[in-house]
Ligand binder design. Structure first.
Ligand code: PLP
Length: 418
């Protein structure tokens, strides 16, 4: 989020964080119904979840998820959904429309921007976005690849764009399989310079709220994300922020939409209605999850930590974990510092060690990490997520716990081999 967007928010005199429901306090007066107070709820003790999503969520978010059942058509619920739309738009530094969609039925933009036309549209996929779903929707997909641990080079993107006309370029902001951060701003700049009509679509599932994204300033046409990572909400929501240009492309399409539940045609009027704080129906939204999302967005957008500080805290924790891990013999998968993600870390095991030496020992210390995912190096590394409340609330001690568990685990694994 940009400083100016943040200032806009502040100038709207948003109220300080205090979660209570039913309510909807952004950009409108609070509802008058009595608040549902979170007096005693504390989530059960549990292992520390530090995979790259889902992540730890706050008590407030979990409590909001336990909201009594509500009608999705209720006038009390509609502004809660409306708040989510407004807050997520602000968080992306975008003046455009938003579609929180339910249950991740599909990656909407793949469908809309790469639909079949008489001569099929072409898409340029910057690896590691596999382009699988684009192909399913009939797009002709070309890929620009990067080496493992590296990001796609802008010069390669430029070459590809000069060789062929593409309707859409897709780029993964943080590749969750390797913890590589792409320079989305630079990629978008290349696209705008070389092929200004081409849409730029960003898979930001593993970057929203842990890495900066400025949709309007960087010229991004669509951002896709999900609730369970930096947005600090249980899994289940797929969130799409689309530029006016992307919506226009959709509205001008010459062929019918070939999906039912994932259709923007169906969803746009619904989202517009909710943004105006009135309910509308196409399919039942996950009401409780939207209460949880509202609670988390409120913490992110109105908490004591600004978005800029939030990004900085992610950088600081990321550096601490990476440094501590490398000091004891792990090696990062990203090939250089400038492509290292701030919300997660991928580490090669030291020579002579495999996943079974490390991951179960961490688990015994109540630290849950994720195994390798990238097919070519799957057994050689593991992944740690450090997003959201684990990095923003240092009083929890999550990052300290991860670091000491890593140190103790490797020492034990070394001792066991002697
Ligand atoms: C970068 C990225 N894109 C897409 C996805 C798919 O998201 P989901 O598993 O919520 O469908 C993930 C999941 O981790 C991801 O990390």
């Amino acid at each position: 989020m940009s400083t100016s967007a943040l200032r806009n928010l502040i100038s709207l005199k948003l109220k300080p964080l205090s979660i209570s429901y039913p309510q909807a306090r952004i950009f409108r007066n609070p509802l008058t119904r009595p608040a549902r107070k979170m007096s005693t709820f504390v989530q059960a003790p549990h292992k520390l979840l530090v995979i790259p999503g889902p992540i730890e969520v706050t008590d407030e978010v979990l409590y909001a998820n336990a909201h009594p059942s509500m009608s999705h058509m209720s006038p009390d619920f509609a502004p809660v959904f409306g708040d989510c739309i407004r807050m997520i738009r602000q968080g992306h530094a975008s003046g455009s429309s938003v579609q929180p969609e339910h249950n991740k039925l599909t990656y909407l933009p793949d469908n809309f921007f790469t639909q079949r036309t008489r001569s099929r549209s072409s898409s340029l996929v910057l690896a590691p976005w596999g382009g699988i779903s684009l192909q399913i929707y009939g797009a002709n997909v070309d890929q620009v690849k990067a080496e493992i641990g590296g990001a796609v080079k802008e010069a390669d993107v430029e070459r590809a764009l000069k060789a062929k006309k593409y309707k859409v370029v897709t780029v993964t902001h943080v590749d969750t399989s390797t913890a590589v951060l792409s320079n989305v701003k630079a990629v978008a700049a290349v696209v705008k310079r070389v092929s200004p009509d081409t849409l730029v679509v960003v898979d930001a599932v593993c970057s929203v709220a842990s890495e900066e994204i400025q949709m309007d300033a960087w010229g991004i046409d669509a951002v896709l994300t999900a609730s369970q990572k930096g947005l600090g909400t249980p899994p289940g929501l797929s969130i799409v922020v689309a530029s006016q240009k992307a919506i226009q492309v959709f509205e001008n399409r010459s062929t019918p939409v070939t999906t039912y539940y994932g259709s923007w045609k169906k969803w746009l009027p619904i989202m517009k209605a909710y943004e105006n704080n009135s309910a509308a129906y196409f399919a039942t939204p996950p009401v409780n999850l939207i209460y949880a999302f509202h609670a988390s967005l409120t913490q992110i957008m109105q908490g004591s930590v600004s978005l800029e500080q939030r990004f900085k805290l992610h950088q600081d924790s990321s550096r601490r974990i990476k440094k501590a891990a490398e000091e004891i013999g792990f090696r990062g998968v990203p090939i250089s510092e400038d492509v290292q993600a701030n919300g997660m870390t991928a580490l090669y095991f030291p020579d002579g060690f495999v996943a079974s030496d490390i991951v179960p020992r961490l688990l015994k210390k109540d630290v849950v990490v994720a195994g390798g995912l990238h097919a070519s190096i799957k057994d050689k590394y593991f992944r740690i997520g450090h997003m959201g409340v684990s990095v923003v609330d240092s009083s929890r001690g999550d990052i300290d716990k991860v670091i000491s568990a890593l140190q103790e685990t490797l020492a034990e694994a070394r001792a066991s081999k002697q």
